[in-house]
Design a protein. Structure first.
Length: 221
């Protein structure tokens, strides 16, 4: 029987180089706040003067920090490549990582990076030959995936910095509200909890994964 495709959500993020990690961390923590099922005491953090939920779990926080830093390095490497071949144009430079895509900004190569969060449920393989082939009775099936498309802008003037800051705040607020709307309106696809484990749904966080097809997102962290 064909597996049901997971629910997929796409979010947008916009930041300057100094704020990429904070913005990405804030968005990921907001997602996990609604999808991390162990009992937690609610916490919050300020990102760009916007109050966002924070999941106080050391293992998860370390993973989010690691992946956000990885994305920031990709974007910074892209910026370094762009600035080594300067253009005569002036203004705000938009650039992206190896995720690619998007339009170019003034004075540099345009593009985006992206970071994805996938949630899985454990299912027992029904066919004996599948259990023998994969060395176990369980498989991890993706039931939901969030992709955050990150655009980075490098303001060159004070006027640009004001505009970028305003755009960063508005985009982050819109994205946070979109997460809340999605989790409140899309619930039918959430699998039943059938295990006593503290976190019943394994997750994966990937950066600039070239093949973003849901069937390939099967690494468990």
């Amino acid at each position: 029987m064909e597996q049901q495709k997971p629910e997929e959500f796409t979010l947008e993020a916009f930041a300057d180089p100094a704020s990429v990690r904070d913005v990405v961390r804030g968005i990921l923590h907001t997602i996990f706040f609604h999808r991390f099922f162990p009992s937690l005491t609610p916490h919050s953090r300020e990102v760009l003067d916007i109050t966002l939920p924070y999941v106080a779990d050391a293992e998860l926080d370390t993973m989010i920090e690691k992946r956000a830093a990885e994305l920031a390095r990709d974007l910074d490497a892209s910026r370094t490549t762009t600035t080594s071949h300067p253009s005569s144009s002036t203004g705000t430079t938009a650039y992206g990582g190896s995720g690619g895509g998007g339009s170019g900004g003034s004075g540099g190569r345009g593009g985006r990076g992206h970071i994805s969060v996938s949630f899985f449920e454990k299912k027992r393989r029904k066919a004996w030959y599948m259990r023998a082939a994969y060395g176990g009775g369980d498989e991890e099936v993706c039931w939901e995936c969030w992709t955050v498309r990150v655009t980075v802008a490098e303001p060159r003037t004070e006027s640009d910095r004001v505009k970028v800051r305003r755009a960063m705040e508005q985009t982050l607020l819109t994205t946070a509200m979109k997460i809340v709307t999605n989790v409140n309106s899309k619930k039918e696809h959430i699998p039943p909890i059938t295990t006593s484990e503290a976190n019943p749904f394994p997750y994966q966080i990937s950066v600039n994964q070239k093949d973003s097809g849901w069937a390939t997102r099967m690494g468990i962290y």
